[in-house]
Write a protein that binds this ligand. Structure first.
Ligand code: 5AD
Ligand code: FES
Length: 354
């Protein structure tokens, strides 16, 4: 592509918030640095128009690493006998939120494996307690696939957001990443139910997961256009030593950055995290993510002894740092990307509570 052709295709993507399949595939597969720069520049401008330079923080509390699932890519899969399993007590979880609140966090994300040790009512009680203690904060749940009734109970308890990455929009690709016991259709259906209940929903996928093709990524973009989630989490796949994919290469930095920009241009109001996985494959990956159009960071608030046991992939960053240290570190990083940390809840612009 010439410089003029690059500018033309990116400006059409910005104006129409879409392109024909062939052109999107070109952007996905084209590693030219000029394209990445043009995409990041336009995407950064769009982000700024909608959100200013605010970056929203989501304090992540990894409260259980027990998981009934056996996803081939994930370090806390049931089949991994090489990890020490833990569940945080309610008391420890609340001390994480208290500490996070003091630092300025106004969103708490309770994330865990699919753990029957936390049945609906236990989670609901926890959500209610956090909402009572910190009424100006949002609570996000990320506990996998459950029944509609469970999701409704979570919403009534005060959880207003839910993260469930779709992982891949291609059912054949989904099959290659998950055991027979799991189904793509069931997962997609959970996302529809969550949206229908009224949650702010986060979907997403790994970039460069084993067997992923550019056509699969195109399907992801079409899937996301159709679902219209409020947030999309994307980060590179990173191998974990005790999984069937231990010898697969990690996903690429440049492709992940291009996709952040493409998503920003296609769905301008999206909440887009610069993920921990992005910060893991490159020392300044998250800053580059912000410059490419991301506007959310999800620092870890888990106690440090839990963090090292919540290894979804190898070499995960920030596993030794206390919450305060990460916060100070991020202030500098966010600033270096031309942004500032917002103390707002950072709700999706079009969302109103039911
Ligand atoms: N590399 C990168 N991301 C991963 N996840 C799970 N395992 C890995 C890995 N090996 C992502 C999945 C999941 C989210 C919580 O973490 O997309 O939905
Ligand atoms: Fe955790 Fe930098 S963000 S140490």
């Amino acid at each position: 592509m010439t410089d003029a052709a690059t500018r033309d295709i990116v400006s059409r993507l910005e104006r129409r918030r879409d392109l024909p399949d062939e052109e999107l595939l070109d952007l996905i597969a084209n590693p030219a640095p000029e394209l990445a720069e043009e995409l990041a520049e336009r995407a950064g401008a769009v982000r700024e128009r909608i959100y200013g330079n605010a970056v929203y923080l989501r304090g992540l509390i990894e409260f259980t690493n027990y998981c009934e699932n056996n996803c081939f890519y994930c370090g806390i899969r049931r089949g991994n006998q090489n990890i020490e399993r833990y569940r945080l007590t309610e008391e420890r979880i609340l001390s994480c939120t208290d500490r996070g609140y003091a630092l300025g966090f106004r969103t708490f994300v309770l994330q865990g494996g699919e753990d029957p040790g936390f049945p609906d009512e236990r989670l609901c009680e926890l959500v209610r307690t956090i909402r009572e203690r910190h009424s100006d904060c949002a609570v996000t749940l990320s506990v996998g696939e459950r029944e509609r009734e469970s999701y409704e109970a979570f919403y009534r308890a005060g959880a207003e957001r839910y993260l469930l990455r779709h992982e891949t929009a291609c059912p054949a690709h989904y099959r290659k990443l998950h055991p027979e016991s799991m189904s793509a259709e069931h997962r997609y259906n959970c996302l529809k139910i969550l949206k229908n209940i009224g949650f702010q929903v986060g979907a997403g996928m790994m970039i460069g997961s084993p067997y992923q093709t550019p056509e699969d990524i195109l399907k992801d973009l079409r899937f996301l256009q159709d679902l219209e989630p409020h947030m999309v989490g994307i980060g590179p796949f990173i191998p974990h030593k005790d999984t069937p994919f231990h010898d697969r290469p990690a996903g690429g930095l440049e492709l992940t950055l291009r996709l952040l920009s493409i998503l920003r241009l296609m769905m301008p109001k999206l909440l887009l995290p610069a993920t921990t996985a992005l910060g893991t494959i490159h020392p300044t990956g998250r800053e580059m993510g912000l410059r490419a159009g991301a506007n959310v960071i999800m620092p870890n608030l888990s106690p440090t002894d839990a963090r090292e046991k919540y290894m979804l992939y190898d070499n995960k960053i920030c596993t030794g740092e206390a919450a305060e240290k990460c916060f100070r570190c991020l202030e500098v990083r966010v600033k270096s990307a031309g942004c500032y940390i917002s103390v707002n809840r950072g709700d999706a612009p079009d969302w109103t509570a039911r």
